[in-house]
Design a protein around this ligand. Structure first.
Ligand code: FMN
Length: 84
């Protein structure tokens, strides 16, 4: 089990509640451009995966994609959420 903190105004938060699953990716050293893009633009406005061109692969346990160049990808199912 892992706990993460996502701003409730984020598009990510909306998608996590809608689909009940998500991926947590730990970027590798060569992914600084992706980190900057993913961390500063909203998926509401642009297709971040398409614009970055970062390679992806299909997840095996959930309906989603993994970042192929990440150090680790965790395929996650949302078990609980709380607003503080
Ligand atoms: C290094 C880094 C770490 C971040 N960590 C978080 C975080 O833990 N929780 C969060 O809600 N936003 C975090 N952000 C901000 C979001 O990534 C940013 O608001 C992003 O544009 C949200 O995209 P979305 O609207 O598609 O969800 C982080 C940004 C950066 C650059």
């Amino acid at each position: 089990m892992i706990a993460i903190s996502v701003g409730f105004q984020r598009y990510t938060y909306e998608l996590m509640l809608k689909h009940n699953e998500f991926v947590v990716s730990f970027p590798s050293a060569g992914m600084s451009a992706e980190v900057e893009l993913f961390g500063s633009q909203s998926g509401r406005d642009i297709d971040k995966l398409k614009i970055s061109g970062t390679p992806v692969q299909t997840a095996t346990l959930i309906d989603g994609v993994l970042l192929a160049e990440a150090s680790i990808n965790y395929e996650c199912i949302l078990k609980d959420s709380m607003i503080t």
